[in-house]
Structures are given as structure tokens and as C-alpha cells.
Design a protein around this ligand. Structure first.
Ligand SMILES: NC(=O)c1ccc[n+]([C@@H]2O[C@H](COP(=O)([O-])OP(=O)(O)OC[C@H]3O[C@@H](n4cnc5c(N)ncnc54)[C@H](OP(=O)(O)O)[C@@H]3O)[C@@H](O)[C@H]2O)c1
Length: 323
């Protein structure tokens, strides 16, 4: 007779919106059920969306208390749909947004949000690659349509999306300039790009650029639009440095840069189609994504690093205590 699994597990709990999640050792251990796979977690990814949901300002809210984080990876423990022991990455189905997320030792995940990882995939990359890799790919190849010989500016070039956008634009044969806010972020920019230390509100460097991939937003955006050539493209991805900008509309009409916005919810089918290929490339080292590793019980420090712009790549919370 096999022993019954323990009734509780360790994980994060958001008990009230607007507070940093607490580490709890007494979360109810979930179970597999019809249409639901039980996953033993390797790691959860912590991103800006998870902070936004926990703040209570995001348009959708899970019922309280809830387990945060919508992305992660682990091994199938029990499932009618997936083989036991298979490495899977988790994304979709309202995880961490409309229902419990995956920042815990175990997660019961709707089968639609469980994705078999390709052979050779790295568990930590599997946990955190999806948003930055697919966002960077669609920004560079679909929205900006970067071509060989073009001059491309990527802001937040040391960040998760930005560092991948830099690599993909370089692979496309572009000449890439990466903007970072301060000198200590420069070493995080992938090799091959020209690094520009400009602060969040200034410095567009030696344009004109054919394309801008904008991951920080904020007050410096109008100056950067001016540095794109008329007829060029600016792809607005993110706004870590500020959500509001003032645009001089007559000047924008004269200097007609094509402003395009990335909406990864609308583009989810494209993103899922790209995912396996990107995870394989990352796991093989053909593309790199820095992973900033924390244990679940270090979640407060991880939360603070992400909020303060101090994360060194994509933040993951490892479910196992030892490493
Ligand atoms: N539109 C979409 O569908 C979509 C999809 C994915 C991501 N996003 C958004 O894209 C943005 C970038 O995502 P990411 O994962 O690449 O984030 P990230 O790595 O944490 O941040 C990107 C860069 O933003 C700057 N930054 C971060 N926190 C900051 C802060 N508190 N104050 C000022 N600057 C800060 C940093 O630039 P330095 O290194 O130069 O300091 C950092 O490298 C986020 O706003 C995210 O929500 C949007």
C-alpha cells in the first residue's frame, strides 16, 4: 500500500491585493482531476504581469487568496492526458490571472495550459522563456520586419524581451544599438550590439534608425521616435519606465514613423506556434536568456528586484529548496 501524499505544500499566497505574496507552508496540495494535470513544479517565472495582478490594478482578478505566477515548468505527477514524468511548461487557462498560478511545489493545471517540452529542454528556461522569447520574435520579425543592413534601436537591451530582440535583430543581419539606463546594465546586453547608456528619459544615440523596439516606454519615447527615420517603424512592447507619454501630433504627422503595438493576447496563436522552436534554440545555447534564480522563500527579494529594475534577466522562483 502506498502512503497518501501530504495534505499541504509550500508555495506563495496572495492574501490581499497590493501586498507582496507571503511564503506559506500550509497551502492545500492540489490533486489531478478530469481535464486537470498535477505537476511537480521545477520553477515558476515571476514577471511584470504577475506583479500587476497582485497589485489589484489588472482588469482581471483571481479570487483571494490565490497562488501567483502564470508561467512555470515541472514534471507531470498525475494526468490522463500527459505521460508521468514528462517535462512540461505551463501557460494559459487563466493561470495566475483568473485562478491559482504555479508558484508552489505542486500545481493542478487545466490540460489546455500544459505543453510538452521539446527533447533536451532546460527546466528553468522552460519555466520562463515563453513571454520574452515569443514577444521578442514577433516584435522583430512580424511587427518591425527587420531586414539585413537595417539599423535597429532596442530599448531595455539588457532586459528579458530586449536582450532577445537584440539577438534576433543581429541574426537577421541588422546593425543593432541597445539602450540601457546605467553603466552596470551594459554587460547584460548580448555581444554584437552597440551599447548606449542613456537613462530612461534620454539618449537615442546615432540614428536615424529604420526600426525601434521599445520595451521601456516613459518620458524618453518621443525623442526616440524622432530618431527613427520617416517611414520607419516603432514597435511599442513595454513601459517599465512609465506608462504615459506626450506626443506632438503635428510633428508626428510630418515625421511619419509607423507606430505599432504588440498585443500578445491577440497574437497568442502565433506565439504558441513559435514556442517549441524558441525553447529548443534557447536550451541549445543558440539564443541566450539570463535567468535570475531565487528560491520560493526568497520571493520578497525577487519581487523587489523586478519592481526596482534590478533583475538580471528573467526571474524564476525554484520550487525545490536546494540548489
Ligand atoms: N505588449 C505585450 O504583449 C508585452 C509582452 C511581453 C512583455 N511586455 C512588457 O514589456 C516590458 C519589458 O518586459 P521584460 O520582461 O523585458 O522586463 P524587464 O527585463 O524586467 O525590463 C526591461 C527593462 O526595463 C527597464 N526597467 C525594468 N524595471 C524598471 C523600473 N522599475 N524602472 C525603470 N526601468 C525599468 C530595465 O532597463 P535597464 O536594464 O536599461 O535598466 C530593464 O532591462 C514590460 O513592461 C512588460 O510588461 C509586453
Amino acid at each position: 500500500m502506498t502512503a497518501a501524499p501530504p495534505a499541504t505544500m509550500r508555495g506563495l499566497r496572495v492574501g490581499a491585493f497590493g501586498r507582496v505574496p507571503e511564503v506559506a507552508a500550509d497551502l492545500p496540495r492540489p490533486a489531478a482531476g478530469p481535464g486537470t494535470t498535477l505537476v511537480r513544479m521545477a520553477a515558476a517565472a515571476l514577471g511584470h504581469l504577475d506583479r500587476s495582478v497582485a497589485s489589484g490594478t489588472f482588469p482581471r482578478r483571481p479570487p483571494l487568496p490565490y497562488v501567483p505566477c502564470g508561467d512555470g515548468a515541472g514534471w507531470v505527477e498525475e494526468s490522463a492526458a500527459f505521460p508521468r514524468g514528462a517535462l512540461v511548461w505551463l501557460r494559459g487557462g487563466g493561470l495566475g490571472v483568473a485562478r491559482d498560478g504555479v508558484a508552489a511545489e505542486y500545481a493542478a493545471v487545466p490540460d489546455e495550459a500544459v505543453h510538452l517540452a521539446p527533447d533536451g529542454a532546460d527546466p528553468l528556461l522552460a519555466a520562463c522563456f515563453f513571454s520574452p522569447a515569443t514577444s521578442a520574435h514577433l516584435s522583430v520579425h512580424e511587427l518591425a520586419d527587420v531586414r539585413a543592413g537595417q539599423h535597429v534601436l532596442v530599448t531595455g537591451g539588457a532586459g528579458a524581451v530586449g536582450s532577445l530582440a537584440v539577438q534576433l535583430a543581429l541574426r537577421a543581419g541588422a546593425d543593432v544599438t541597445a539602450l540601457v539606463s546605467r553603466p552596470e546594465r551594459a554587460p547584460l546586453v548580448p555581444d554584437g550590439a552597440r551599447v548606449l547608456v542613456g537613462g530612461v528619459d534620454g539618449g537615442a544615440g546615432d540614428g536615424p534608425y529604420d526600426a525601434l523596439v521599445e520595451t521601456v516606454g516613459g518620458p524618453g519615447l518621443p525623442a526616440r521616435l524622432d530618431a527613427v527615420r520617416p517611414g520607419g517603424v516603432a514597435v511599442i512592447v513595454g513601459y517599465t519606465a512609465g506608462t504615459r507619454v506626450e506626443l506632438d501630433l503635428p510633428a508626428r504627422c510630418v515625421h511619419d514613423v509607423d507606430l505599432r503595438f504588440l498585443n500578445m493576447i491577440r497574437r497568442a496563436p502565433q506565439a504558441f506556434a513559435l514556442a517549441d522552436g524558441l525553447l529548443s534554440r534557447l536550451s541549445a545555447g543558440d539564443l541566450t536568456l539570463a535567468v535570475d534564480r531565487y528560491r520560493l522563500d526568497e520571493a520578497a527579494a525577487a519581487w523587489q528586484a523586478l519592481a526596482a529594475g534590478g533583475a538580471r534577466g528573467r526571474v524564476v522562483l525554484e520550487a525545490t529548496g536546494d540548489r
